[in-house]
Design a protein around this ligand. Structure first.
Ligand code: ADP
Length: 757
């Protein structure tokens, strides 16, 4: 019989062995023939040479018959019985031939008695195969194998036992003993694989878990992408952030930060406490306008038209804005000097910001800084804080959605310092062209370029604005409006806008100029037009109600029915007093709401030379009073006794309102002089000026507002410091025409002119 060598397998009768066709050809020198009888001999070493020696083999072999020549490269050999190898010899074509004799079996195994044990082994093999890809295949095969020989035959490929141990199974004649040995070998090798697996599993478990996890996540991401592409309308959050990040034109630093946060979001999963925060951040980062807008060339004529369309008057302001636009056009830049609009409320500072944006064809965003105490309001909180937010600047940019808006920073004079850092210095960074290219909001944590933003600041006064901040800005004053200007604004702007907003047309509502005059004169007391706007709005609302009840109604408002229609009492107007008394003089004050008139009242009462000051005067004003006393004493040496025998009481009415500043010096001195001389002054004469101990009159601030207030109150003549002469050019002609303005250098001159000295 032809010989085929086998090695390191368990092959026993009544099983099938699959032999590699190639190997068959190699050892026999020809193709296999179906039904051919062959001898399988176990070689002692893994022979791979064509001419082994006879004693390379063990003495017991197997007789088999080729049952099938598979097209998968294997031939199936059914093993019939064990044989003793009697003789091995080379045939003339130098192939093996063996002479064999049958070797009997001892049939001492009762299959019934070992059925349970067989089942147990099968179960164990299945368990061992779990987790492998082929485990289900194994399961389908294993049910077909009914003998331990079959099991061992297949399993022997994975058995760790040596070749000679496996050969041992061939030498046992008793089927029972063979079963015991095979069973033991199977269990042993199963156990060894298990331990081996466990050891490596323990090591690998951690890695495996990680790999598994990331593999699953990758798969999920992939699937999610597929799903998203199918249903773009309901993208998952993570996916939509991913897309947004890809599409956004943000800088590299921002992209890196975004990816970092996105990865964190992915690893945190949907239900972590941090998820919300991370999503908020990504939301901001991806929706911020990162794209640079090109600088547009603006037609100056068009810009002027827009500015004139929305605001009456304000000539100087408009001129300055046009200049700014011209410079921007020339330089091809989107910003220029930072303008600071200073003036009383309602003078149009904020609303002209909107017009500037319109004129520049850019977006407008307004940020109120009133009451901002914390640096974080400007620059944001670090993300480690719970409830942290971006600062107002980045928030504003995000809201308007472009990188080059006109940004109005309202009320920069109301910034205050606190223990939480200095918001003014943060603002400085925002405005500084050197630094704002890389403005870093703490929350955003990556630089954002603010250099294309056109900043405009507004304030009621420059006094409370920190020097370094003020130095960055160009101050443009918004003076209050005269009554004539107010009528103009009301007719051309406030009324048409208000009517439009409630849906009234010209036929349905008319207001006479006299009525507007009356509103200005009796129902408002202001430099700006806010109160006027409110009154007009209220008239329009009232008319709208009446017209909606009866569409045929025509509402006409005149100075007679105004009080009924407004349904409010006239505002108390500060008009100059009618009667004159010694010791009482009209002064002019500057307030946040514009200008106002005030009275200085002085009086002697029996006493011992004390000075009593009331009316909530600040330190500077109290010192002015002391100076006034000293000056008057020196001007009137003969009246020295009056100061000794009396107490002097100085009072400034509106006792509840705190007042301060040096500009009442001239008024205090004049009032005292008038008291000492017992000579009264006409109340429609007013004055303003700081006085030095030498009696020199020094310049003061807020002249425009003060003169405007004097005009409103009916003052006819005003004395001002000579050094303020320059400021007069900005004062409305209407005011200048109605008030005689006299400049003074020394108080003495004034007192002489007033015929007190
Ligand atoms: P401010 O910022 O100085 O307090 P606003 O800009 O809020 O004042 O102005 C208040 C209102 O008065 C706005 O409705 C504005 O349109 C109107 N207004 C102010 N000045 C003018 C003006 N010169 N022409 C037309 N409307 C004006």
């Amino acid at each position: 019989m032809i010989v085929l060598p086998i090695y390191n397998v368990i092959a026993l009768p009544d099983t099938t062995i699959y032999y590699k066709g190639e190997r068959y050809v190699k050892f026999t020198g020809r193709e296999p023939v179906l039904g051919e009888e062959i001898t399988l001999m176990v070689s002692k070493t893994d022979i791979d040479r064509v001419y082994p020696k006879a004693d390379d083999f063990y003495p017991i072999g197997l007789r088999g018959i080729i049952r099938e020549i598979g097209n998968n490269g294997y031939i199936a050999i059914d093993i019939k019985e064990r044989v003793n190898i009697e003789e091995v010899k080379l045939d003339p074509e130098e192939h093996y031939r063996a002479k064999v004799s049958k070797r009997g079996e001892i049939e001492d195994l009762d299959p019934e008695s070992v059925a349970g044990r067989l089942k147990a082994i099968k179960a164990e093999i299945i368990r061992a195969s779990e987790g492998y890809e082929w485990s289900s295949l194994m399961r389908t095969y294993i049910v077909q194998w009914n003998t331990i020989e079959e099991l061992a035959g297949v399993y022997s490929l994975w058995m760790v036992n040596a070749n000679d141990e496996k050969y041992m199974t061939l030498t046992i004649d008793s089927k029972k003993e063979r079963f015991d040995l095979l069973e033991k070998m199977l269990y042993e090798s199963l156990e060894i694989t298990k331990v081996k697996n466990q050891a490596s599993t323990a090591q690998e478990q951690d890695y495996k878990k990680l790999y598994r996890e990331s593999a699953i996540k990758k798969q999920m991401e992939y699937l999610q992408k597929e799903l998203d592409d199918m249903h773009p309308e309901n993208l998952s959050d993570i996916r939509s952030f991913e897309i947004k990040l890809q599409k956004s034109e943000m800088n590299e630093e921002a992209r890196k930060e975004g990816e970092k946060v996105l990865n964190r979001l992915k690893s945190e999963g949907q239900h972590s406490a941090e998820t919300g925060m991370l999503m908020d951040y990504l939301d901001l980062l991806t929706s911020l306008p990162w794209k640079k807008e090109p600088a547009e060339r603006i037609s100056l004529e068009e810009a002027e038209k827009v500015l004139n369309r929305d605001h009456a008057g304000l000539k100087k302001v408009k001129k300055r804005i046009i200049e700014q636009i011209a410079v921007m056009n020339l330089k091809g830049s989107q910003n220029g000097s930072i303008l600071l609009f200073v003036g009383a409320p309602g003078t149009g500072k904020t609303s002209i910001g909107q017009s500037i944006a319109d004129a520049l064809l850019r977006k407008y965003v307004r940020i109120s800084l009133g009451g901002v105490r914390d640096e974080a309001d400007i620059r944001g909180h670090r993300r480690t804080y719970i409830g942290s937010m971006p600062g107002r600047i980045i928030d504003g940019i995000n809201k308007c959605g472009v990188s080059n808006p006109v940004m109005v920073l309202d009320e920069v004079d109301k910034l205050s310092q606190s223990y939480n850092g200095d918001p003014a210095s943060a603002l400085l960074e925002v405005l500084d062209p050197e630094q704002n290219v890389n403005f870093t909001d703490h929350y955003l944590n990556v630089p954002y370029d603010l250099s294309d933003v056109l900043f405009i600041c507004t304030a009621n006064t420059v006094e409370t604005i920190p020097e370094p901040l003020l130095n960055r800005m160009e101050v443009i004053e918004f003076r209050g409006y005269t009554p004539i200007e107010k009528v103009e604004i009301a007719k051309k702007h406030l009324l048409p806008k208000s009517m439009e907003s409630v849906g009234l047309n010209k036929k349905q509502l008319s207001i006479t100029v006299k009525a507007i005059d009356k509103i200005i004169g009796e129902y408002t007391r202001e430099s700006g037009v806010r109160g006027l706007k409110k009154r007009i709005d209220s008239i329009c609302r009232g008319a709208a109600v009446r017209i909606s009840k009866d569409p045929e109604t025509k509402v006409s408002v005149n100075d007679k029915n105004l009080e009924d229609i407004l349904d409010m009492n006239p505002v108390h107007q500060k008009r100059v007093k009618r009667s004159a008394e010694p010791g009482i003089v009209t002064g002019l004050a500057w307030t946040q709401a514009g200008g106002d008139i005030l009275y200085i009242e002085t009086m002697f009462i029996k006493g011992e030379g004390k000075i009593i000051i009331t009316g909530q005067l600040g330190d500077v004003m109290k010192e002015s009073a002391q100076i006034a006393v000293s000056l008057v004493k020196s001007f009137f040496p003969d009246k020295a006794d009056m100061f000794k025998e009396n107490d002097l009481h100085i009072h400034v009415p509106d006792g509840a309102t705190p007042k301060d500043g040096p500009s009442a010096g001239i008024t205090l001195t004049t009032a005292l002089a008038s008291l000492v001389r017992g000579k009264s002054l006409p109340p429609n004469i007013a004055m303003t000026g700081e006085v030095s101990l030498q009696g020199t009159v020094n310049p003061i601030g807020g002249l425009m507002e003060k003169l405007m207030a004097a005009h409103r109150a009916g003052v006819k003549k005003v004395f001002i410091p000579e050094e303020n002469l320059m400021d007069l050019k900005d004062v409305a002609t209407e005011v200048k025409d109605n008030i005689e303005i006299v400049t003074v250098k020394k108080v003495k001159e004034l007192l002489k002119e007033l015929q007190i000295l």
